[in-house]
Design a protein around this ligand. Structure first.
Ligand code: DGY
Length: 314
């Protein structure tokens, strides 16, 4: 029996594609110089797509593949997939929630510490020989006893909340609805929550519903001592407005793992010392990326064995 064809936009993390290769002909688009012509040549054979963040699975692409049955993304976020187009064709979509929540929350805490306590700046300071020449760098600000507002108390947000509580921080949250099982005070208005908080941590999904949720009014409310941490999606923040807010002191600092146009980062952000920048490494550990890779394999395999999907989006 001939193998089915899987269009792979990425290498499935450290787990790799070898287990899928036993069952599928895999088109490794990430190794192709001209991916579009490769897609054109296999379009009638493709039954599955394996993709991740930043690899846009558009309506056009979905419509090009008449036999596509499942899109498995190696990410919790699925804002890069046209869900409506998939739904209209009855194409299944799966993601990798839960297995990456703790890792991504740890990245958020690392960014908060690096930003508030000037850890990244202090490292540059030492390496540049400035400790020797200029003495101690400026003081940072504490985490202890500070109020942190979590934007989106889903799987990742809840792990962040737990970590912040362990740092003796006062935790509140904003989201589309109150979560009765959560012990933290809920705010239905982001701007007013930001006005009460020292730090804001964004953990909500990307997509249209959260586009530019963090705007000028929210940053102004967060205030000149405020710090913004973003481990969700670049689209959640109005990036030019954030840059202006950092340049004119509307807020104090920002720790960013995600950007509007990854991997392009505006020069203005690169130039600012009060900003800590990461290359979207929220879930990037061997353990977590392996678990995500396994979930991609398990979802695809469940689908073609007629079994229930493990983590179905639609
Ligand atoms: C996700 O899984 O959506 C993350 O942003 C990828 O690191």
């Amino acid at each position: 029996m001939s193998k089915k064809t899987l269009l792979s936009f990425h290498g499935n993390g450290c787990l790799g594609l070898s287990r899928l290769e036993q069952v599928f002909d895999i088109i490794k688009l990430f190794e192709e110089k001209d991916p579009n012509s490769v897609i054109e040549s296999v379009k009638n054979d493709v039954v599955a797509i394996n993709c991740t963040v930043g690899q846009f699975i558009t309506r056009d692409l979905i419509e090009t593949l008449p036999n596509l049955k499942i899109i498995a993304t190696f990410s919790v976020g699925f804002d890069h997939i046209d869900l409506q187009a998939a739904k209209e064709r009855g194409i299944k979509v799966t993601n990798t929630p839960d297995v990456l929540s703790a890792e991504t929350a740890d990245t958020g805490m690392a960014l908060l510490l690096a930003t508030a306590r000037h850890i990244a700046y202090a490292d540059r300071y030492v390496r540049a020989g400035r400790w020797l020449m200029e003495g101690d760098p400026p003081l940072g600000t504490s985490l202890t006893n500070k109020k942190v507002g979590i934007v989106g108390l889903g799987g990742i947000g809840q792990k962040v909340a737990k970590r912040c509580a362990a740092f003796d921080m006062d935790v509140v949250y904003y989201g589309p609805r109150k979560k009765p099982d959560q012990p933290y005070p809920y705010h239905s208005d982001l701007e007013s929550m930001a006005g009460e908080c020292d730090y804001l941590i964004l953990t909500c999904p990307g997509g249209e519903a959260t586009m530019h949720l963090v705007n000028q009014a929210v940053l102004k409310a967060l205030g000149e001592q405020g710090i913004l941490i973003n481990i969700s999606r670049g689209s959640v923040v109005d990036e030019p407005v954030l840059i202006e807010a950092l340049q004119n002191g509307t807020i104090k600092a920002a720790g960013l793992d995600v950007f509007a146009d990854e991997p392009n980062i505006p020069q203005a952000l690169l130039d600012m010392d009060q900003v800590v920048l990461l290359p979207h490494i929220g879930s990037a550990s061997v353990e977590t990326r392996s678990a995500m890779g396994q979930l991609v394999i398990d979802n695809i395999s469940a689908h073609f064995h007629g079994e229930p999907l493990l983590t179905e989006v639609i």
